[in-house]
Design a protein around this ligand. Structure first.
Ligand code: RB5
Length: 147
């Protein structure tokens, strides 16, 4: 995969192990990664790391982010509070593809206690390479920013 814009990544303790593996995968793909933590399996609040990563996507500092907690639920709830963030919880490949084609998702959320590393890598790869279709989907997502 060719070099693209840097990706910001973060997790809580339940997503830490998968975050490290996903980070290694991104680096192996020659992508630049900013890791916002957490940096161990000590218990933390997923909220804090969701805020850190989603904030950097919302501000435009990063075009793409990845968040991982146990289920992916808490992280996606936090991230979608941020304007301009379209966080998609994708624990399957079809959802990852559709979240790009139809929703132009800019933040991928994974459940570290739901999926294994090989599926996670496939999901990440599909999410990174699938383009947004635009058209009727553009006017739909534009309405998010009017809320
Ligand atoms: C942590 O125990 C767990 O609640 C968290 O990782 C996440 O799954 C929350 O939605």
């Amino acid at each position: 995969m060719k070099n693209t814009a840097p990706i910001v990544i973060g997790s809580d303790h339940a997503g830490y192990a998968l975050k490290e593996l996903v980070k290694d995968y991104l680096i192996a793909l020659n992508l630049e990664v900013e890791d916002c933590g957490t940096f161990s399996e000590d218990s933390v609040d997923y909220t804090d790391f969701g805020i850190a990563v989603a904030g950097k996507v919302s501000s435009g500092d990063f075009n793409r982010g990845i968040l991982i907690c146990g289920t992916g639920l808490g992280m996606s709830m936090v991230a979608n509070r941020f304007k301009y963030v379209r966080a998609a919880l994708c624990n399957d490949i079809f959802s990852a593809m559709m979240s790009r084609q139809h929703n132009d998702s800019n933040l991928l959320v994974l459940g570290g206690r739901v999926i294994g590393v090989e599926l996670a890598k496939e999901i990440v790869q599909v999410w990174l390479k699938t383009p947004f279709e635009g058209g009727r989907h553009k006017s739909r997502i534009d309405k998010f920013d009017t809320i």
